[in-house]
Ligand binder design. Structure first.
Ligand code: ADP
Ligand code: SF4
Length: 564
């Protein structure tokens, strides 16, 4: 209030009613932006929205609060994907489409009659009139599956039986590899198991609308594709709405997508429906042509890397054949070589020893047979992150002597937009925020070998894409070696020069192949899963072929599970 030119002129541009939060009058504010610079907490954002959004506001959370413009339309018989950065309103959209939140169009409360009036003459009118009159049955899989044990009691088998309206709970449990978990209570399940129970429980119900919020979180790459296939089959000719950050999964699942863009926490705009291929391509390009909006400075381009890349450079590290056993689990690793400047992707199901292998390279675990001898400096980001540091992100970076390092500033701090986290306490970061900080500290240290275990976990699509660029650039610029375990196939495909594949029986025995060229690695990995991938001609990104399609059959016949 002291700095606002309006207030200084005697206007009520900013005012505080007794006992209430301060309010900015959106009518009187000129948008000069002085208050946003003066506020030490960066609590204020002043945004000039384009005029064409006039009358398109669907929901607003209170005065000066987040607002959502436009809505996606869940078409009958189609899977509609929603794609966008966190904080731009995706969960709000799902709550509206599920009927849990009645949009208020910017007024204080939502009113169903008003919703019908606003959408009259539009496709959404039928949707809402059926929804509000109880003719649409909606089933929703929540985003935070870890909260399920608190509200759902009983064993997995009991839960699935209770919701089963299709008479196929055993079959669904088997297809999602839940047989061994059937007798267990929900509270004893891992995140990945809970996710599969939640997806199964949603699909076992007979509904008109299935709303699935992030079905691939916590799942390994094999399970992601299984879940996607099952959703495809069981959703049949209903309406399905899915929010998903793994672009290979989304591409496979959805037929049409709505990109949601805006400023996280400030506003979100739902772009018009696009076919899934065009929608994802536009998102990767960072430009929505029809809307004439740039959503990202840079485009993400996929290169088809020649088979020989990586190998042929300077040998950095050769590791021997190794073995490691824990109670009941044995990992056998084929000896391999890593070359300067390359990123090696690591693919495989959960519980086949990927993290154990990475820990052996990091020197955190010792092999029982085959010792690794190397004097290289290794920087390692573990799969499970702990936020033990008491202090802010800025203090953490200062303690690790990263602050002021020009490489860190230009290659990590700025591209990952860490400024906005600087003042936050490390212990209070969300999963995704902690992940970004952990990756930045790992890559910020000077080292010859960077080991990243599941860096894309908890990240939204936008941060995965940014991170993919960052990982490649850092490894190239530092002339180091990167080894990255991840379950997001698009992410792995973008960053990797070569890859290694883990196979075996999860939880019992694992085998690690040596790093080989992408094409051979992906071929052997995809063959295990009987999935084929082709490249999108426009962006070069990998796409899953629909099972049984002409391309799928042709590629399998030729033994070409990757590329085409
Ligand atoms: P997304 O699902 O894309 O991450 P959300 O729909 O959860 O986005 O949230 C969009 C923004 O709306 C959030 O950043 C938050 O600021 C705001 N918001 C969400 N729910 C509420 C609520 N119940 N009350 C006030 N603000 C909210
Ligand atoms: Fe005042 Fe608006 Fe300028 Fe902020 S942006 S200082 S509220 S006029």
């Amino acid at each position: 209030m002291r700095f606002c030119p309006g207030v200084r002129m005697g206007e009520e541009t900013v005012r505080i009613d007794e006992g209430a939060k301060p309010e900015i009058s959106e009518l009187l504010c000129t948008g000069c932006g002085i208050c946003t610079k003066k506020c030490p907490f960066e609590a204020i954002s002043i945004v000039n929205l384009p005029d064409e959004l006039e009358g398109e506001k669907v929901h607003q959370y209170g005065v000066n609060g987040f607002r959502l413009f436009r809505l996606p339309y869940p078409e009958e018989g189609k899977v509609t994907g929603i794609l966008g950065e966190n904080g731009t309103g995706k969960s709000t959209i799902l709550r509206i489409l599920a009927g849990e939140l009645v949009p208020n169009f910017g007024s204080e409360t939502g009113d169903r009659e008003e919703v019908l009036r606003r959408f009259s003459g539009r496709q959404l009118y039928n949707y809402f009139s059926e929804l509000y009159s109880g003719r649409l049955r909606v089933v929703r899989k929540p985003q935070h599956v870890d909260a399920l044990p608190r509200v759902v009691t009983g064993s997995v088998a009991e839960v699935l039986q209770r919701v089963d309206e299709r008479g196929m709970w055993r079959e669904v449990a088997e297809r999602l590899e839940l047989e061994n978990a059937l007798g267990r209570k929900l509270s004893s399940l891992s995140g990945g198991e809970l996710q599969r129970v939640a997806v199964a429980a949603a699909l076992l119900r007979e509904a008109d609308v299935y709303i699935l919020d992030e079905p691939s979180s916590y799942l390994d790459v094999v399970q992601r594709l299984k879940v996607a296939r099952l959703i495809h089959e069981l959703a049949g000719n209903r309406r399905v709405v899915v929010v998903e950050h793994d672009l290979v999964v989304l591409d496979f699942l959805a037929e049409r997508v709505h990109v949601v863009y805006g400023v996280p926490g400030v506003y979100g705009i739902v772009a018009g429906a696009r076919g899934v291929r065009r929608g994802i391509n536009a998102y990767l390009r960072g430009y929505l042509r029809e809307e004439n909006v740039r959503i990202r400075g840079e485009e993400l381009k996929f290169e088809v890397r020649p088979p020989a890349s990586g190998a042929g450079g300077e040998l950095m590290l050769a590791y021997p054949r190794m073995r490691k056993s824990y109670n009941g689990f044995t990992l056998s690793v084929e000896g391999g070589e890593l070359y300067r400047g390359e990123v090696v992707g690591v693919l495989g199901a959960n519980a086949t020893g990927k993290s154990t292998f990475v820990k052996m390279l990091a020197g955190v675990e010792r092999a029982d047979e085959g010792a690794l001898e190397s004097r290289l400096r290794v920087s390692y980001k573990p799969q499970y992150l702990s936020a033990s540091f008491t202090g802010t992100v800025e203090e953490l970076f200062a303690k690790l002597e990263l602050t002021g390092d020009s490489f860190f500033e230009s290659e990590l701090f700025r591209p990952l937009n860490l400024e906005r986290l600087a003042q936050k306490a490390v212990r209070e970061l969300s999963g995704g925020e902690l992940q970004l900080v952990a990756v930045a500290t790992c890559l910020g240290r000077e080292a010859e070998v960077y080991l990243l275990d599941e860096p894309s976990a908890y990240l939204d699509v936008e941060h995965r894409l940014r991170l993919a660029r960052v990982v490649r650039r850092v490894v190239e610029k530092r002339e180091a070696v990167g080894m990255v375990v991840d379950h997001d196939l698009l992410f792995i495909d973008y960053i990797s020069d070569r890859a290694m594949v883990f196979s075996g029986v999860p939880g019992r025995e694992g085998y690690a192949s040596k790093p080989v060229d992408m094409r051979s690695a992906m071929n052997s990995f995809l063959r295990q899963m009987e999935v084929t991938l082709r490249r999108d001609p426009e962006t070069g990104r990998p796409r899953v072929n629909k099972p049984g399609s002409v391309k799928d059959r042709e590629q399998k016949l030729r033994g070409e599970y990757y590329y085409s």
